[in-house]
Design a protein around this ligand. Structure first.
Ligand SMILES: Nc1ncnc2c1ncn2[C@@H]1O[C@H](COP(=O)(O)OP(=O)(O)OP(=O)(O)O)[C@@H](O)[C@H]1O
Ligand SMILES: [Mg+2]
Length: 273
């Protein structure tokens, strides 16, 4: 199972759009997917047509121990795609958890009660590096960073990478940055290409080959409560997210061969001792 946190403390860069649409595309391609909405704005839940406001059925109630994970787990209209939704109550969690022991691992703790098996867990984070994002980084073993291909794209990225390094050292040694998603790309502008070049220079082979182009259908689909492949399957937005998702799946093979190489060399080392 792969668990991936979509993070960037910068707001409006495409975290939620990417989590929802990669999740929906993975499910359409036959994977079993769990989405976790860790943003009190609940944009991911609403994007998928789930509104639990006032029902006490969000990730917040799970974090407080008032609901079991099975109670907050919600099916979406896409086959194979489930979600643990959020609502505005989650906004108080950061303050309420301040004095809780193990506050960075509380979501991970409750997820252990999950009985279903998933191929992928995707976590949508709020635009901050606060406690909710730290929780996502202890559940996940991978980070995807959506970046808007605009002038300020790389501003703050070093802080993000620094946070990742601290979490990896202190809380989650298996965490890796495994994908950079260039979002809202406009090929008609020189700026778009220039920013993309800078992103490639900084993150090298971690950048996905697929750029998510600016596409009006992508901005319309959340208000219809549907992922792009359901709302506008022929749009550029759907084509881009499907291409990106195929790249994500292709990473599985590379990871498997890396693990096999590592295991083989460990066995050889052991045999020589
Ligand atoms: N490729 C795209 N083309 C056009 N609009 C897009 C595209 N990607 C995202 N948007 C729109 O841009 C806005 C911000 O996107 P999104 O909500 O995914 O960002 P975010 O990083 O999750 O924001 P926040 O930090 O507030 O959680 C949304 O209105 C979304 O519909
Ligand atoms: Mg968001």
């Amino acid at each position: 199972m792969r668990s991936i946190a979509f993070i960037n403390q910068k707001g409006g860069v495409g975290k939620t759009t990417s989590t929802a649409n990669v999740g929906a595309c993975l499910a359409t391609l036959g994977k079993k997917v769990l989405l976790i909405d860790l943003d009190p704005q609940a944009n991911l839940s609403i994007h998928l047509g789930i509104n639990v406001h006032g029902k006490d059925l969000s990730v917040y109630q799970m974090i407080c121990g008032k609901r079991k994970v099975a109670e907050v787990l919600t099916e979406t209209a896409v086959d194979g795609l489930e979600i643990i939704p959020s609502d505005i109550d989650l906004a108080s969690a950061e303050i309420e958890l301040v004095n809780t022991v193990g506050r960075e691992t509380i979501v991970k703790f409750y997820l252990e009660e999950l009985s279903s098996e998933y191929d992928y867990i995707l976590i949508d984070c709020p635009p901050s590096l606060g406690l909710l994002t730290l929780n996502a980084l202890t559940v996940a073993n991978e980070i995807f960073i959506p970046l808007q291909t605009e002038f300020f794209a790389l501003q703050g990225v070093s802080k993000l990478v620094q946070t990742f390094e601290i979490i990896k050292k202190r809380l989650n040694s298996s965490l890796e940055i495994t994908g950079i998603i260039p979002c809202m790309y406009d090929s008609r502008t020189k700026l778009g290409q220039a920013v993309l070049d800078k992103i490639n220079e900084y993150f090298e082979d971690k950048v996905f080959a697929t750029n998510i182009r600016k596409n009006i259908k992508l901005s319309e689909s959340p208000s219809h409560g549907m992922p792009i492949i359901t709302y506008a399957p022929d749009s550029n937005g759907a084509k881009d997210y499907l291409a990106l998702t195929k790249e994500v799946i292709a990473q599985e093979k590379m990871m498997l061969s890396e693990t096999t190489t590592k295991q083989t060399s460990e066995i050889k080392e052991h045999a020589m001792q």
